[in-house]
Write a protein that binds this ligand. Structure first.
Ligand SMILES: Nc1ncnc2c1ncn2[C@@H]1O[C@H](COP(=O)(O)OP(=O)(O)OP(=O)(O)O)[C@@H](O)[C@H]1O
Ligand SMILES: [Mg+2]
Length: 589
């Protein structure tokens, strides 16, 4: 995609932004019509005022003056009403467009594969969906339509000025080249400082977000003072960037005022030069003077605003380019599979499967294993051995490079993705809970799951007691990421969540080995109940949880080194499982 930053104008990009106004063309046309009428109406009003002077005031024609005063007044009211609609329509157009765009962006982000999120930080994506969108809305509210309006107004005013008195027009326009130069300098200065402001706002966001999320870390390592200092530095940059833009405005606006005063001065000079010339009508001169005082004001205002508006427009274009870049990412897991009528109660087969998150760093190497119908297979192995990676493949969260995985004999990629994921429930290693009630965290908004089912599942898992004891029970809000619950409790909630969906295949990735004995017993019980009669894969850190598994697979650096039941593996002299088992037993004593 082409870069906007370097270029003043990118037609293709603009067309694309503009395509989002399609459903709202009426609003767009409404705003444009208002703009158009306004750009003619304002100079026309001046013309009326001029007439008041030349035709009525000079001739002391009171009835005529009164009539014209009423007409001007009505025109003014009409102008005000139009101005209201102009601003209103342009602003709501911007809001409609970004609403659609934001919804599209979010839906698109949710479709992207996990690998995309490994590479793109949360803060960046949040910025795209929130603040970049605001800049896009300003293309419509403060950028484009206003620019068209300002330019039309300029043309209109200039046309009326030349038509009224072209010599005088040329005379009072003498300071305009200086104004254009000043505007250009201002535009550049303001653009640079706006960019700096945006960068510093983004660092502020990231900093605050990260430190508040990791507040425990800040406290544990007593980093309060250092973090405060680092934060002060970012704020200093933010302040300086803002002050630079304040400077630019503070200089530019008075300069414009001086230049417009200069034009007014030139107007007076012209009148003085003309007033004594023979054959010059005093009435016409007075009328021209009145009109030009108003015209000069009308001329300078849009020029002054244009610099600002072009920046707004350009920032909006940069914002939209960033948003489109995400919309154009097609990093999705291919969904070419058509099989939807699978019963999912057959066996799961891994044949010579190799997988790397980033080739060629293979984290799983030539895996061969089978999980038979209704069986519970447990994986154990050191941290980083590749246990979680196996379930990442089975749920097609990542794609493997070699070998084949089949369920009921059907290749994983031939199964329709949604069907696959509906039938496999995964309890992830780091349990994620939304800032919501326990109940909603279990059902995830699925209305088909009744409260009775949730309670029954909680009782089965053994979590009903602790949930009932919480204030408001199932309606207890667990706050961000379940911060108000213990690790073991969160794990139990995740179990209930998986259970109420009654999946055909269940995968449990045990969160942690560091859990108190009471919770350990609870979880051990829960796992036994959940996996009973269901094809299950359990990844365990505590061997106590998997003693009863039909098959235990020991993984080391992505390779299977031992397979067997507890009773078989425990007999292997020098076996990895046996060593681990003895080690954990010692730890208990
Ligand atoms: N998203 C990722 N991108 C790149 N590499 C990854 C990613 N996730 C894991 N890895 C790497 O893959 C390897 C296996 O990780 P995996 O999460 O499968 O280990 P694990 O056996 O589940 O460990 P643990 O017991 O700590 O949960 C590790 O070396 C890890 O660094
Ligand atoms: Mg893991």
């Amino acid at each position: 995609m082409s870069k906007v930053q370097g270029k003043a104008w990118d037609g293709k990009l603009f067309k694309r932004v503009f395509s989002y106004t399609k459903p709202y063309r009426k609003i767009l046309y409404g705003a444009l019509v208002c703009t158009l009428i306004l750009s003619v109406l304002s100079p026309l009003r001046v013309e009326l005022i001029k007439r008041m002077v030349t035709d009525f005031i000079v001739n002391s024609d009171i009835p005529g003056l009164t009539l014209f005063a009423i007409i001007v007044f009505v025109a003014l009211i009409f102008e005000t009403i139009l101005q209201f609609f102009d601003a209103y329509l342009a602003n709501i157009l911007g809001q409609y467009v970004i609403k659609d765009l934001r919804v599209e962006l979010f839906a698109h982000i949710t479709k992207l594969r996990l690998k995309f999120f490994d590479k793109n930080p949360i803060g960046m994506l949040v910025t795209r969906a929130v603040s970049d969108m605001e800049t896009i809305s300003q293309i419509f509210s403060q950028g484009l339509i206003s620019i068209i309006g300002d330019i039309l107004k300029l043309i209109g005013v200039l046309a009326f000025m030349f038509w009224t008195n072209w010599q005088l027009t040329l005379f009072v326009l003498i300071p305009i080249p200086i104004l254009l130069i000043a505007t250009n300098i201002f535009k550049k200065a303001i653009k640079k400082s706006f960019q700096d402001v945006r960068t510093s706002v983004s660092s502020l966001n990231t900093f605050v977000q990260e430190r508040i999320t990791g507040m425990a870390l800040v406290k544990v390592f007593g980093r309060e003072e250092r973090e405060a200092k680092a934060f002060a530095e970012i704020n200093e940059r933010h302040k300086k960037a803002n002050i630079r833009s304040i400077w630019a405005y503070s200089i530019f606006f008075p300069v414009v005022e001086i230049l417009s005063a200069l034009s007014l001065g030139l107007l007076v000079v012209y009148i003085l030069l003309q007033v004594n010339k023979p054959g010059v009508s005093f009435g016409k001169l007075a009328g021209d003077m009145t009109a030009f005082i108003l015209y000069i004001n009308m001329l300078y205002r849009p020029i002054r605003m244009l610099a600002d508006r072009f920046n707004t427009l350009q920032m909006g274009m940069v914002g939209s380019e960033r948003v489109f870049k995400i919309l154009d990412t097609d990093e999705v897991i291919e969904n070419k599979g058509t099989a939807t009528d699978l019963s999912f109660d057959g066996k799961i087969d891994f044949k010579e499967v190799s997988f790397a998150y980033e080739a060629p760093n293979y984290v799983l190497k030539n895996l061969n294993f089978t999980v038979n119908e209704g069986e519970t297979v447990a994986f154990i192995g050191a941290t980083g051995a590749g246990k979680t990676s196996i379930i990442n493949l089975l749920g097609r969260f990542y794609e493997y490079q070699k070998g084949s995985i089949t369920i009921d004999g059907v290749d994983l990629s031939d199964i329709e993705l949604k069907t696959l994921r509906q039938n496999i429930a995964v309890v992830l290693q780091d349990v994620f809970l939304y800032s919501d009630s326990i109940y909603n965290n279990i059902t995830l908004g699925n209305d088909e799951i009744t409260k009775e089912e949730v309670i029954a599942a909680a009782k089965l898992v053994g979590a009903h007691d602790f949930i009932s004891n919480l204030p408001n029970g199932y309606d207890f809000n667990v706050k961000e990421r379940g911060g108000l619950l213990s690790v073991g409790q969160r794990q139990l909630i995740a179990f209930i969540r998986a259970y109420v969906y009654q999946p055909k295949i269940l995968i449990l990735d045990e969160a942690t080995s560091s859990i108190d004995t009471e919770s350990e017993l609870l979880i051990q019980n829960a796992i036994e109940k959940l996996t009973k009669g269901r094809t299950s894969i359990v990844i365990a850190h505590r061997l106590s949880t998997i003693r009863n598994a039909d098959k235990i697979i020991v993984l080391e650096k992505g390779e299977i080194i031992e397979v067997g039941s507890h009773n078989e593996l425990i007999l292997l002299e020098d076996g990895a499982y046996r060593k681990l088992y003895e080690y954990q037993l010692e730890g208990k004593e």
